[in-house]
Ligand binder design. Structure first.
Ligand code: ADP
Ligand SMILES: Cc1ncc(COP(=O)(O)OP(=O)(O)O)c(N)n1
Length: 271
């Protein structure tokens, strides 16, 4: 059996719900060997972000080269990349990489703390998105990328198509976590729309939803799954992770996948 590996390039969450920690746990759950390059060290927990420290770009490059020159991953994802210099470095590295690349365009944490400098936002659009296999914006991130407001499913469809046709991604999933009603995500893959819908779960334990969802997609692309299959598995996984979260912390608790096992229930995938 061929061992598959995935690399996440992102910031940290010492409380384990988002960022690098969520990505590595998710890769492990999907039985993909996980590796990481840290861009920024973030003091945060379920209550919010307390402090952010960026690593020097030269040291981010050292980490990237250490991984790439030894265990080349089968897929890559980026999460929190705050500065223009970090984006330029990563674009330079990934331009030469011939593996699927998933962008979770993390801009602002749910607690409201900025995780991407405002001046970097047009750079992710122009430099990184054209290199990507799938981009997974939430509604506010998609609004920034496409520069029009999104409040309906039709707006989300239009945004996903624009991210592909005009910004140059191979596919885009606009996530419906921030809209009203069912949690409906829209994928545009350059040809057609596919919809992934679940009932909205009434909970505030949603820290790390976006990180976990995009990490599953990355892991599944590393295994050779199609974009559509990868997003479908991601949707099932994040639904379980929200539904059976462990109710930890004093704020917006972390999503966590294996809670369904504690209840003796099958996962979405097993159903
Ligand atoms: N309350 C909820 N119930 C069910 N699914 C949700 C809920 N909140 C978010 N999701 C799903 O979680 C995934 C991540 O979406 P979202 O929370 O919008 O991302 P982000 O963390 O980037 O803001 C999507 O598949 C979305 O539909
Ligand atoms: C280091 C780091 N990266 C990304 C996020 C945002 O995570 P997300 O999955 O969008 O969920 P929230 O944290 O916003 O609830 C983060 N917080 N930290």
């Amino acid at each position: 059996m061929k061992i598959r590996s995935a690399l996440t390039i992102a910031g940290t969450d010492p409380s384990g719900g988002a960022g690098i920690q969520a990505d590595l746990k998710t890769f492990q759950e999907r039985e993909v060997y996980g590796m990481s390059v840290i861009t920024s060290v973030v003091a945060q927990n379920t209550l919010g972000v307390q402090q952010v420290e960026h690593l020097p770009v030269s040291f981010i490059e050292k980490q990237f080269d250490a991984v790439w020159e030894d265990i080349k991953p089968d897929a890559v994802k980026t999460g929190m990349i705050s500065t223009i210099e970090m984006m330029e470095l990563i674009a330079g590295k990934l331009r030469k990489a011939d593996v699927p690349y998933v962008i979770d365009p993390v801009m602002v944490a749910k607690s409201g703390h900025t995780l991407m400098e405002e001046k970097s936002r047009s750079v992710i659009r122009n430099l990184l998105i054209p290199l990507s296999t799938v981009v997974t914006p939430n509604v506010p991130e998609a609004e920034f990328l496409v520069e029009f407001p999104i409040s309906t499913l039709e707006d989300a469809e239009k945004a996903a198509k624009l991210i592909v046709k005009e910004l140059g991604a191979k596919a885009a999933v606009v996530k419906g976590g921030h809209l009203e009603g069912d949690a409906k995500d829209v994928l545009f893959d350059g040809k057609e729309y596919t919809y992934f819908t679940t009932e909205r779960i009434d909970t505030h334990h949603t820290h790390g939803t976006g990180c976990t969802f995009s990490a599953v997609i990355t892991a599944e692309l590393a295994k050779g799954k199609s974009i559509k299959q990868a997003v479908e598995i991601g949707k099932g996984f994040i639904t379980d992770a929200i539904k059976y979260s462990l109710q930890l912390g004093n704020g917006n608790g972390p999503t966590n996948h294996w809670g369904y096992r504690l209840k003796g229930l099958p996962s979405q995938e097993e159903k």
